[in-house]
Design a protein around this ligand. Structure first.
Ligand code: GDP
Length: 330
C-alpha cells in the first residue's frame, strides 16, 4: 500500500518547500478514499495561512488554447523567463499521455523538458482520466498547496475544449487565451464565450514568416474584442503577439499580467474575484456532496436501473420517478 505521512509531516514538508512531500500531498488530496480525504482536509487547513499574507501575493494564471497552439512551448519560455526574474513557478499541466493511454501518471516527458529540470519550477501533470480538459477535480486544492510550498506564480493549463475554460477561469486571477494566426475561429474551436473570459489574447508563433500574419490577426482580434461589452473591471483585454521560439513578447505578456494585477488590486476587483471564486467552489462542493449522498445510498444503483427501464418503456414519468427515489426509503 502507498505510504502516507502524518499530517505534521505533510505540513512541515510543504512549508519547507519539499517537492516530494508536496507531490505526495497533492496525490493525497486527489484521492477519493474517505480516510485520505479527511487527512487531506487536515493538511490543507494547517497549511492555509491567514488571508493577509502569502496567497494574496501569488498570481494564478490560467492558460488555454487548442492543441498545437503552442501552450507547452510557451509555458517553457514564459516559465524560464519568470524563474530568471526570481519567481517560483508551479505549473498544473495537462498530461497528454494519459489522455491517449488513460493511464500514465508520469506524463509526456517531452513536454516542458527544460522547465521540468529547473529548480525553481514545479510541474504537476493532471491525469486526464480524472479531469476535464486538464482540470483535475482537485485543482483548487492543488493551487493552495503549491502556494503554501512557496510558489508565487501558478499556471493552470487547460486545453480549449469549452467547459474546462469556465472552470479554470473560476480559479485564476488572470486568464490567458493563446491563438494561432490565420487558423480561423472555427478551426480553433474558439467560441465567443471563451474569448469573453480572456484577460488577454496572445497570437502565438509570431516568428519568421509568421510575423506579418500574427500582426494582422492581432489587429483583427483587437477589433473583435472592442465589440464585446466592457468587463466592468476597468480592464480592456489586450491582444498581444509572442514567440516561444525567439522569446519575443514574453516579457510584454508578463508586464501585462502585472498591470492587470496592479489595477485590479487597487480597484478591489481582484479580491472580489477571489471571494466569489471561494463561494463558487463551496457551492460546487455542496452539489457534489448532495450527489454522492444520493447515488451512494445502498441499493441505489439497482433502483436507478429499474426506474430507468420503466422510463424508457414509457411506464413511468421522469418527475414521478424522481419523487419516488427521493421519498421512498430503500
Ligand atoms: P500545445 O499542444 O498547445 O501544447 O502546443 P505545443 O507547445 O506542443 O506546440 C505545437 C507545435 O508548435 C510544436 O511543434 C512546437 O514546436 C510549435 N511551436 C510552439 N511554439 C512555437 C513558436 O513560438 N514558434 C514556432 N515557429 N513554432 C512553435
Amino acid at each position: 500500500m502507498r505510504q502516507r505521512f502524518s499530517a505534521d509531516h505533510y505540513t512541515n514538508g510543504i512549508r519547507a518547500g519539499d517537492r516530494l512531500v508536496l507531490s505526495r500531498a497533492i496525490t493525497l488530496v486527489e484521492s477519493r478514499r474517505t480516510d485520505d480525504q479527511s487527512l487531506a482536509q487536515q493538511v490543507l487547513e494547517s497549511v492555509l495561512p491567514n488571508p493577509d499574507n502569502a496567497p494574496s501575493q501569488s498570481v494564478r494564471i490560467g492558460i488555454t488554447g487548442v492543441p498545437g497552439v503552442g501552450k507547452s512551448t510557451f509555458i517553457e519560455a514564459f516559465g524560464t523567463y519568470l524563474t530568471g526574474l526570481g519567481h517560483r513557478l508551479a505549473v498544473l499541466a495537462i498530461d497528454p499521455t494519459s489522455q491517449r493511454s488513460g493511464g500514465s501518471l508520469l506524463g509526456d516527458k517531452t513536454r516542458m523538458e527544460t522547465l521540468s529540470m529547473n529548480p525553481h519550477a514545479y510541474i504537476r501533470p493532471t491525469p486526464a482520466g480524472d479531469s476535464l480538459g486538464g482540470v483535475g477535480h482537485r485543482t483548487r486544492e492543488t493551487i493552495l498547496l503549491c502556494e503554501a510550498a512557496g510558489f508565487d506564480v501558478i499556471l493552470v493549463e487547460t486545453v480549449g475544449v469549452g467547459q474546462s475554460e469556465t472552470v479554470v477561469h473560476g480559479m485564476v486571477d488572470f486568464f490567458l487565451l493563446l491563438m494561432l494566426a490565420g487558423a480561423g475561429d472555427e478551426l480553433q474551436g474558439m467560441k465567443r464565450g471563451i474569448m469573453e473570459l480572456a484577460d488577454a489574447l496572445v497570437i502565438t508563433k509570431a516568428d519568421g514568416e509568421n510575423v506579418a500574419p500574427a500582426n494582422r490577426a492581432r489587429v483583427e482580434y483587437q477589433n473583435a474584442l472592442h465589440l464585446f461589452p466592457p468587463t466592468g473591471t476597468g480592464w480592456f483585454p489586450p491582444v498581444l503577439t509572442g514567440s516561444a521560439l525567439t522569446g519575443n513578447g514574453v516579457d510584454t505578456i508578463w508586464q501585462t499580467i502585472q498591470e492587470h494585477q496592479q489595477l485590479t488590486s487597487q480597484n478591489g476587483y481582484r479580491a472580489q474575484r477571489r471571494q466569489e471564486q471561494q463561494l463558487t467552489w463551496f457551492r460546487s462542493l455542496v452539489r457534489q456532496q448532495l450527489e454522492s449522498r444520493f447515488y451512494d445510498q445502498p441499493g441505489m444503483r439497482d433502483r436507478l436501473a429499474l426506474v430507468e427501464t420503466q422510463i424508457r418503456a414509457g411506464t413511468l414519468l421522469p418527475g414521478l420517478a424522481v419523487q419516488k427515489l427521493f421519498n421512498q426509503p430503500n
